[in-house]
Ligand binder design. Structure first.
Ligand SMILES: Cc1cc2nc3c(=O)[nH]c(=O)nc-3n(C[C@H](O)[C@H](O)[C@H](O)COP(=O)(O)OP(=O)(O)OC[C@H]3O[C@@H](n4cnc5c(N)ncnc54)[C@H](O)[C@@H]3O)c2cc1C
Length: 354
């Protein structure tokens, strides 16, 4: 097993970890990111293709109020654009009543998307780092602190560092990494009750040759209580002439097979748009519940956003040099991309004070 020495070890190469490494890029400290997946981005994952629109399987939307994220995007010269909503939506109140077209008023705070896809932000941050700063395919299994040194063991490597930052959702951290000496009981208790934002969601995206929904119903916006699609939006790349719809289906469908989900999704779209809906180029999905580096089942019911942003996350542990970071821990907009950026800024400041 190889031992890698670094000053700062960041566990997780999602938006929090990459933003933090980006903020530390000019410091004299050696910074390393260790990432379990074979890709960076975590809960941000854009599927790119030349033949279908880029499809967001994770985080997609931001608002102008998400000022930390907006500012980071501006610094990186990445633009944002308004989500296409149309002025009407297909609405299904329940399974026993026919879907209807309802007008939707202009949103005073419209949702925006990131130019080039959400992963454009991830790739831009990584572009400011040295390639060897990020180790992929390394699942961190244990963290042990002795005197002033942390020893972190992953799939095939051992890291030694003076400061360690976890960017895992706190519940996942508690249930997947063995930490000695033990973290304080109050922190573990809160982490055990901290909801992982969107962990139960299922994203589906369907690419088409033509945006037939615009001519048939005048909209690709869908809100349905009958499901399985609960909400869906036009997800086209207009300038490239690539078209698609993307949304969420009821999380309970995680027990079905991909083929079963695909069938019920297409059937629901056929109900609204007729035969053109069956003539698709591709069906993509991500069942986030089945992503072991995002989600692990809760022993009981945890409410959406429960304990997100809890003040316990605003301090260092193990002599102040181990931090529990990540979007869920942010003081503002926890759970959102903006929260991830804010968490990175907070940890960056905390490290300066050590
Ligand atoms: C379906 C979905 C839709 C969303 N939509 C939106 C949206 O529209 N707008 C918005 O603002 N936010 C949205 N979010 C939330 C947003 O994606 C997150 O807030 C943000 O990406 C979290 O970044 P993070 O770095 O804190 O965590 P993560 O992205 O979860 O990063 C943690 C990283 O740690 C890695 N990791 C896990 N375990 C280990 C281990 N043992 N060893 C090493 N590495 C490990 C993971 O692979 C991951 O890369 C959405 C999320 C999902 C899932």
């Amino acid at each position: 097993m190889k031992t890698v020495n670094t000053d700062i070890l960041i566990i997780g190469g999602g938006l929090t970890g990459l933003t933090l490494a980006y903020l530390l890029r000019d410091s004299k400290l050696k910074v390393k990111i260790v990432e379990a997946r074979d890709r960076i981005g975590g809960r941000i994952h854009t599927l790119y293709s030349n033949t279908i629109p880029s499809l967001e399987m994770g985080a997609t939307w931001l608002g102008k109020k998400h000022s930390a994220l907006v500012q980071l995007l501006e610094t990186l010269n990445i633009g944002i654009y308004e989500q296409e909503m149309s002025d009407k939506a297909i609405y299904e109140a329940d399974a026993s009543n026919a879907a209807q077209l309802i007008p939707i008023p202009p949103n005073p705070e419209p949702s925006h998307r990131i130019e080039g896809g959400s992963s454009n932000l991830i790739n831009a941050l990584a572009g400011h780092l040295e390639k060897q700063q990020i180790d992929l395919n390394q699942i961190v299994q244990s963290i042990h602190k002795e005197y002033t040194t942390f020893t972190v063991k992953s799939t095939t490597q051992t890291y030694q560092a003076n400061i360690v930052i976890s960017t895992l959702p706190p519940f996942l951290l508690k249930h997947s990494i063995d930490i000695t000496p033990a973290l304080p009981a109050d922190l573990l208790g809160i982490a055990d009750q901290t909801h992982t934002w969107m962990g139960e969601s299922i994203k589906v995206a369907i690419a088409y040759k033509k945006p037939f929904w615009r001519t048939i119903n005048g909209t690709g916006t869908i809100f349905s209580n009958a499901g399985p699609i609960n909400e869906m939006y036009d997800h086209s790349n207009e300038e490239l002439g690539l078209y698609g719809l993307k949304g969420f289906i009821n999380g309970a469908y995680f027990t079905a097979t991909k083929a079963q989900r695909q069938q019920v999704v297409i059937r629901q779209l056929q109900k609204y748009f007729g035969e053109p809906a069956a003539d698709y180029l591709s069906y993509e999905e991500t069942v986030w519940r089945k992503e072991p580096f995002t989600f692990t089942p809760y022993p009981g019911y945890i409410m959406p956003h429960q304990n997100n942003g809890h003040t316990i996350y605003r301090q260092g542990f193990l002599d102040g040099r181990f931090f529990v970071a990540g979007s869920e821990t942010a003081a503002q907009y926890p759970g959102y991309m903006d929260g991830a950026v804010r968490s990175a800024y907070f940890i960056h400041q905390a490290i300066q004070k050590l």
